[in-house]
Design a protein around this ligand. Structure first.
Ligand SMILES: Nc1nc2c(ncn2[C@@H]2O[C@H](COP(=O)(O)OP(=O)(O)OP(=O)(O)O)[C@@H](O)[C@H]2O)c(=O)[nH]1
Ligand SMILES: [Mg+2]
Length: 267
């Protein structure tokens, strides 16, 4: 197929300039399960699994896997202690940063109330924010019958919100209202599909609302100046700035939250 000069220039400019790099980071068991399902269903995002549990990491699929706190938990998980998850993630900041470096948008997913997800997710969010990536968090509240996990879950969500306003909270309880008499695995699958759908809408919306108009502008500019031979070198990942500049943090939460089944949202 023949490409016009302007098409070639737009393609060059778009490469690394206009394609946002999106990473989805699942922390702990629930986060790893979500990432595993996204690995198969969404080819546009890079999936990253973070866990203290080595066996869990071996049993899921993700583009990148980060085992944190090996010398602390010996790969055995944080056993319900958020302070252990937090400590392990804190030690691994530079490993997390090197995986997330260059991402424009980072979406962190974690089940709350256990040790790893609760403790590590806010640290991952900090690392991501410090890399200037637009940072979202999707936190899953434990079932209310998991009574001893509620306090830890609340604390984890508070910490996440302290790092990023773009924190969406989903409730496992709502799965029970929604689905009635189904197995726990079936209900988790519903939650995974729903988060998948949410991330799809987020990435699609970002491409449509932010990237496409810029691409059109670049195209128009190039049509106008077709005689200019010099192609400006693409800057490193300016998309995060564009996204930040064009959306209000608070409204992002609402807009994206609206794309998920409202019955799963925390009330
Ligand atoms: N929707 C959904 N929720 C899950 C899943 N796995 C666990 N959960 C919920 O998330 C909470 C935290 O569990 P995990 O993610 O397994 O805990 P963790 O972060 O690995 O913590 P440690 O194992 O203590 O290190 C649980 O109390 C459950 O309510 C899952 O696959 N899907
Ligand atoms: Mg675990």
């Amino acid at each position: 197929m023949m490409h016009t000069k302007s098409e070639q220039i737009v393609a060059t400019l778009s490469k690394g300039l206009l394609e946002p790099r999106i990473s989805v980071v699942g922390c702990g068991g629930a986060g790893n399960n979500v990432v595993n399902s996204i690995y198969w269903s969404n080819k546009k995002v890079e999936t990253v699994a973070v866990n203290t549990d080595e066996t869990k990491l071996e049993n899921i699929n993700a583009h990148k896997k980060i085992l944190i706190g090996k010398d602390v938990t010996h790969g055995q998980g944080a056993r319900g202690f958020p302070e252990v998850g937090e400590h392990c993630a804190d030690q691994a900041r530079s490993a997390i940063a090197s995986v997330l470096k260059g991402s424009d948008i980072v979406i962190i997913v974690a089940g709350m109330g256990g040790g790893t997800g609760t403790g590590a997710a806010p640290i991952v969010a900090e690392v991501s924010r410090d890399l200037n990536a637009v940072t979202f968090a999707i936190a899953i509240n434990p079932f209310s019958y998991e009574t001893c996990r509620q306090t830890a879950a609340k604390e984890g969500i508070k910490k996440l919100r302290g790092v990023t306003e773009n924190t969406i909270v989903l409730d496992n309880d709502r799965l029970l209202d929604l689905a009635g008499d189904i197995s726990i695995n079936e209900s988790f699958a519903i939650m995974e599909r729903s988060i998948n759908h949410l991330i799809d809408s987020m990435t699609h919306r970002i491409s449509e609302d932010v990237v496409s108009p810029i691409r059109e502008e670049v195209n128009a500019y190039i049509q106008e100046y077709e005689s200019i031979a010099v192609v400006p070198a693409p800057q490193a990942h300016p998309v995060a700035e564009l996204v930040t500049a064009s959306v209000e943090a608070k409204s992002v939460d609402m807009t994206f939250a609206a794309t998920v089944n409202p019955q799963l949202l925390s009330r």
